[in-house]
Ligand binder design. Sequence first.
Ligand code: ADP
Length: 448
Amino acid sequence: MTKKIFTSICTARVAVFLAASVLAIGVLYDYFSRQQQQQIKVQTALASRGIAAKGREFFDEIDTGEYRVTWIAPDGRVLFDTRGDQAKMENHLDREEVKEAMEKGSGQSLRYSSTLTKKLFYCAQQLPDGSVVRLSVSQYTVLMLIAGIIKPLALGAVFAAGLLFFMARHLSTQIVKPLNEIDFDRPAHAVPYEEIKPFLNKIENQQSQLRNDRQELEKLETIRQEFTANVSHELKTPLHSIAGYAELLKNGLVKPEDVQPFAQKIYSESMRMSNLVNDIIDLSHLDTGAKDMRFEETDLYLIAQNAADSLSRIADAAGVEIQIRGQSAKMRGIPQLLYGVIYNLCDNGVKYNRRGGKVWVNVENGRDTVTLTVADNGIGIPQKDKDRVFERFYRVDKSRSKAVGGTGLGLSIVKHSAIIHNASLSLDSAPGKGSKFTIVFPKTEKQG
Ligand code: ADP
């Protein structure tokens, strides 16, 4: 970049230098030519007066300097020439300036020498006796002028080139230096040039995006590691007790009347494992976006009835009543997931309740939304745990959850299913009074 700026500065300045030189030479040349022409006219007028007054004697008294003076008779013969070879000179009647002077009283012309390096300017004037006085002066051509000043010009150019080299080098490093000093961790923090601000802003945005992505990835990685550790732990516990009971049975160390309760323990522990494995499979399926599941026209009210029916036996056993309210509510959704949501919420409402408790499921058909509420008058959730209950394996009371066959994954499944449906999920709860989960689904499918 420094090199490019350096070359640009040099090119621009050399171009300006050349243009200025050409212009200066042109203007000067034009000015001097005019001056010379003006002077020759004055000199011709003076000479014609002198010759008119004194005739040939005029030439004896005067030094004509750079001017050549020729006196021509009315018939074109050269009467006198300051070069002194008038006898040999041909008739001058055909000379342009002489012809013009004979006709109009005065005349001028400009002729190049045979070598083209000199330009001769002629000025003629007629005297009262009909003869003509002509003065000529040689003018340098542009080429000669350049040849004349080439040496100082070259010297000047060498000096200018040297100066230019150092200035351009200094300038280009000055321009590039702030760019090298940009802090790319915070590029838009100190912008050296206004012009590159959008560019730096873009980099800054991309960097913060990258930082966010990295944080997100780290967070996901931690969640994944925690999840793996939790899953192993959760599976190990029932597996240990199954193995323990089975070993006792295998070694015949169990009294006959204890065989049945031991078998029951093995059965319930394996059911717990089975539930856990099912929940893990569901969750990892949701984690990958449940891509194989299709949105279809569903009725949330019907799904709620199905879920409640499936739970009726468990609810009866717990002495909890599930009531469904509301009306048919059509919406675009994934039936399996919606069923899972209502089933998990109702199951919790039953599990974390007391005998004689109630669970109310309400489906409200709005204009653009369908609102599902699952409320219970159970044990409730303390304020500090309200946000965390949706985390994987988070339980308010671990032993109670285990006692009722909980896996700690039910509400995570609910939350993920709500996200896939673009629904909002909220929880109201008060310990000892009960809990109320509200999910508002958009009726139309708005997949991200
Ligand atoms: P679990 O399998 O333990 O029920 P969830 O993810 O479904 O796991 O719930 C997480 C925790 O939130 C539960 O262990 C329980 O402590 C609490 N919780 C969930 N639903 C309710 C509810 N309706 N009433 C009281 N506590 C609840």
